[in-house]
Structures are given as structure tokens and as C-alpha cells.
Write a protein that binds this ligand. Structure first.
Ligand code: BDR
Ligand code: CA
Length: 312
């Protein structure tokens, strides 16, 4: 399957993506970089290790120590009300697991090992990915493609009215990645907010017994979304949609534009992602470079694919 180096802030929808990957031969995760975001980096690391046990991932997948704080120099805020105390809803992974952590530089070996046959999928803040461009800009030219969950283009944000969480958390990192990375596909809220998974779907999937903890994760996650908006029939699984884009682009409607990001940390528009036109006065990442953006998701195609993979 497609070889993927995954950067994630292992909360509930990140975990849904990992469960999907463990059941879908079309993708092969060859390394996971654990970052702060939904939860602390330490929780993200221990969640990945817990999941490799529950879903018997081949344990040679390097779990790589990623970023602990954003490039903004701020203390990150976590979201236990959405993802749970440790990022797995009600589940508290026992922390007596012995596992050695690969240090960040292990990532160089992964990239050199899979040179030119590797896709990077970023489903958390972009701090670690940006750091790779700061330290290893030439090495990153070996990456075939980047798929990034983040942003909101002309639709409401989920952290502020205009900004999406991954872009809001570290807009400086986003600007670095948009400036230096090529072959980037952005999967923003425009697409991911349509990927609503309902309790009925989860109950159906759960019967097949392949997804083990999915039901308890989604019950926790969905409760937050339905309390916030009772009209929602379920909850959006942002991150698994991003992983699907690697192998099923037909699910999306893409258009390419230059993108800029609001860097002013104190501004109400902080982290807003804007399709570049010559009038906007935002930080110009790189005037003429364009990135592919998914402006829409075909729900039925998503739904059928999601079910077919998750029932195993
Ligand atoms: C994104 O932010 C995180 O909370 C989710 O895991 C997802 O990656 C959604 O805005
Ligand atoms: Ca995430």
C-alpha cells in the first residue's frame, strides 16, 4: 500500500484514522510522529503505543518524539472536553508500558529509507513538519506528496469563527510549510465537516468486532458535538478523511490556489487561512506557489468507503 509517515496529535479522530489504517491494506503507515495538539505530546506518544498493542500494528513502526510546544512560543491549550483526559475519550491507557521512544532524528532514517516512495500526512499542528523544513529542507524534496488536515476557506472555523484548530494552534508553522513544501493537498473543514459519523453507523460497524474501541471513542466525541449543536446527527471525523484523500482523491472536489495565513497571534483572525488574491494584506507565504485544496467531499462515496473498510 501507499507508504505514509503520519504526524498526529493523537486525539479521537486521529485514532479513527489509525484504526482505519490498521484495517486498510491500501495504506501502510511506516512511522508516526507524536505531537502536542489535542493532548500533550506525552499523551500522544502513550496513545500511539497503546493503539499499536490494541490493533497489533507491526511493532517495528517507529513512534517518533515530535513537538511539545508551538513555534509561537506559547503554552499549548488542550481539549479534554472533546478528546478526553488523555485523548482516547474515556480510555486511560495504562502507562506502565515499556517502549522506547525514537528521538526526532529517527525521522531522517524513515525518509531516507522510503526516499521518493513516501507520502506525509499531517493530522495535527504543523510544528514538527515545519521543523523538518527548518532543519532538513533539501531532504524534504524526497517526499512525494503532503496531505494536511487544516484550515477553513470561507466557512466557519472550529476554534474561532474563522480559524481551524490545526492552523490556529501554530500559524507560524503553517506559514513555513506552505512556503517550502511542494505537492501539498489541504483537506480543510470545507470537506471534513461533511464527514459526519452517526451513532447508528458506529453501532453497525461495532458488531463486526474489528474496531474494538471505536464505539467508546465515538460516544465520547459525539456527545461533545451534539451538546454543542443538537441538530448534528453525529460528529465529523476530520483526520480519517485526510488519510483517505491519499488513496481516494475521487471523494473530493479540488481547486488550487495560493494560500496565506494570518500570523498576528493577538488578532481575532489569527490562523485564518485565506485563498490568496492580490488585495489581501495577510502574510504572503509565497506569492505564486499554489496548493491543492479540497473544497467539497462526496458524502456517499466517503460513507461507503468508510463502512467497507471499518467492517473489516
Ligand atoms: C483538527 O484538530 C484536531 O482537533 C482534530 O484532531 C483535527 O486534526 C480539526 O480541526
Ligand atoms: Ca488531529
Amino acid at each position: 500500500g501507499k507508504k505514509v509517515l503520519l504526524f498526529g496529535d493523537i486525539g479521537i479522530d486521529d485514532t479513527v484514522a489509525l484504526i482505519y489504517a490498521s484495517l486498510n491494506k491500501e495504506v501502510e503507515i511506516v512511522g508516526i510522529v507524536a505531537d502536542y495538539g489535542n493532548v500533550s505530546r506525552e499523551d500522544a506518544v502513550s496513545n500511539i503505543h497503546y493503539l499499536t498493542k490494541v490493533f497489533d500494528y507491526p511493532n517495528f513502526i517507529p513512534i517518533i518524539h515530535g513537538a511539545d510546544v508551538p513555534l509561537t512560543g506559547e503554552q499549548p491549550a488542550f481539549y479534554p472536553e472533546i478528546h478526553g483526559e488523555h485523548g482516547l475519550g474515556p480510555i486511560i491507557p495504562n502507562d506502565d508500558q515499556e517502549f522506547e521512544l525514537e528521538n526526532f532524528f529517527e525521522i531522517v532514517k524513515v525518509i531516507e529509507n522510503y526516499k521518493n516512495d513516501l507520502v506525509i500526512v499531517n493530522i495535527g499542528r504543523l510544528t514538527s513538519l515545519a521543523t523538518m523544513f527548518i532543519l532538513y529542507r533539501e531532504l524534504m524534496n524526497n517526499i512525494e506528496e503532503y496531505y494536511i488536515m487544516g484550515g477553513a476557506f470561507g466557512v466557519p472555523g472550529n476554534v474561532t469563527t474563522v480559524a481551524e484548530a490545526n492552523f490556529y494552534g501554530d500559524p507560524i508553522a503553517v506559514n513555513i510549510v506552505l512556503t517550502y513544501a511542494n505537492n501539498v493537498t489541504i483537506i480543510p473543514l470545507n470537506a471534513t465537516q461533511k464527514a459526519i459519523v452517526t451513532p447508528g453507523m458506529v453501532d453497525y460497524i461495532d458488531q463486526f468486532g474489528k474496531t474494538k474501541i471505536l464505539k467508546s471513542l465515538m460516544e465520547y466525541y459525539t456527545r461533545f458535538y451534539q451538546e454543542r449543536d443538537p441538530s448534528l446527527q453525529g460528529a465529523p471525523v476530520h483526520d480519517v478523511v485526510t488519510l483517505m484523500a491519499v488513496i481516494h482523491p475521487e471523494m473530493f472536489t479540488f481547486k488550487s490556489y495560493p494560500i496565506s495565513i494570518v500570523l498576528d497571534l493577538g488578532s481575532p483572525a489569527r490562523g485564518q487561512s485565506i485563498v490568496e488574491n492580490h488585495h489581501s494584506n495577510t502574510q504572503k507565504s509565497n506569492k505564486n506557489k499554489t496548493h491543492r485544496i479540497a473544497f467539497d467531499l462526496n458524502y456517499n462515496v466517503f460513507f461507503q468507503h468508510f463502512l467497507s473498510v471499518m467492517i473489516g
